[in-house]
Design a protein around this ligand. Structure first.
Ligand code: ATP
Length: 287
């Protein structure tokens, strides 16, 4: 095998809580991760010319060690003493800096693809151990599906697949700094925390309506006051029949959950007509 391609799915957070700020500055989280059918595509090809060459369809993305794909490829090339060269084409469709783990899923998929291409014979667990050294969300992006993520994101418990539904994604054209959002989050005795355990119970019961009624993301308390567009997107989705609507990660992506694709389409049109630019996309859950 001289080349391989792989799809890297985006994630949304069906729930996101921050339990506490640790002394080392990291945040202890409790999140429900869900893969969706919105993919970046990576194509890896062996080359006679040594080194890693990364190219991408987005000219503002780094193609050196600052790109998580390059980093993850280099990690495995160094560890396994791979002397072949590697050409990687990264076709991005997942919005960047959106709260959808775009970089992490690319890195996870790059490691999975390299494992196959160079027959490294690493188990999923061994890939996850290497992935976590590059980013806390990478182990989840290796396993995908529906999962509870705890610790700093690296402690994973698989959950049954969330109930089938349509997902409307709306990503406004501005970026949000994850670092800023976490730094600004107020955590004290009066903080109201999302009820992640209730969400898990709803997932186990396949209760989509129940799940949508308890979905919550504590980071909305920081991002929405800074960016009222997020509240407008949520309201528009709910007005057009979303069972629930939430910001994903630290934002600014908003998603709506629908049990009827016609309602999702109408909500998509509504989001398009709002007075700010937005990437909108209808999809469903992955695995
Ligand atoms: P998360 O949900 O994990 O917080 P995100 O959606 O907020 O992720 P990314 O899309 O992963 O954020 O990108 C954040 C930053 O990482 C970007 O500013 C970008 O320059 C850098 N980056 C490095 N590698 C990648 C990649 N493969 N795809 C996208 N961004 C990347």
């Amino acid at each position: 095998m001289d080349s391989i391609w792989i799809n890297a799915p985006a994630k949304i957070n069906l729930g996101l809580d921050v339990i506490r700020r640790r002394e080392d500055g990291y945040h202890e989280v409790k999140m429900i991760m869900q893969s969706i059918r919105l993919f970046d595509r990576l194509t890896l090809a062996k080359s006679k010319t040594p080194g890693i060459r990364l190219s991408t369809n987005l000219n503002f993305l780094p193609v050196n060690e600052d790109n998580l794909v390059y980093k993850s490829a280099k990690l495995l090339m160094d560890e396994f003493g791979i002397t072949d060269g590697l050409d990687i084409q990264l076709d991005k469709r997942i919005p960047v800096a959106a709260g959808m783990a775009g970089g992490s899923t690319d890195a996870a998929s790059c490691m999975i693809a390299m494992n196959r291409l160079f027959n490294l014979q690493l188990s999923t667990k061994q890939l996850m151990e290497r992935g976590v050294t590059l980013g806390a969300d990478i182990p989840y992006c290796i396993t995908k599906g529906t999962a509870l993520s705890e610790g700093i994101g690296e402690i994973l418990s698989p959950l049954p697949k969330a109930p089938d539904c349509y997902v409307l994604i709306a990503k406004p054209a501005f970026h949000v700094s994850t670092k800023f959002v976490y730094a600004e989050l107020a955590l004290n005795e009066s903080t109201v925390h999302p009820d992640i355990d209730s969400m898990i119970r709803c997932i186990r019961k396949k209760d989509l309506h129940g799940l949508c009624s308890v979905m919550a993301n504590i980071l909305e308390t920081v991002t929405i006051p800074k960016h009222p567009e997020i509240a407008q997107l949520k309201e528009s989705m709910l007005e057009y029949g979303a069972l629930g609507s939430l910001m994903s990660g630290s934002g600014p992506t908003v998603f709506g959950i629908f049990d009827d694709v016609k309602k999702a389409r109408a909500a998509k049109e509504k989001c398009r007509q709002l007075p700010f630019r937005c990437f909108v996309y209808i999809t469903d859950l992955y695995r």
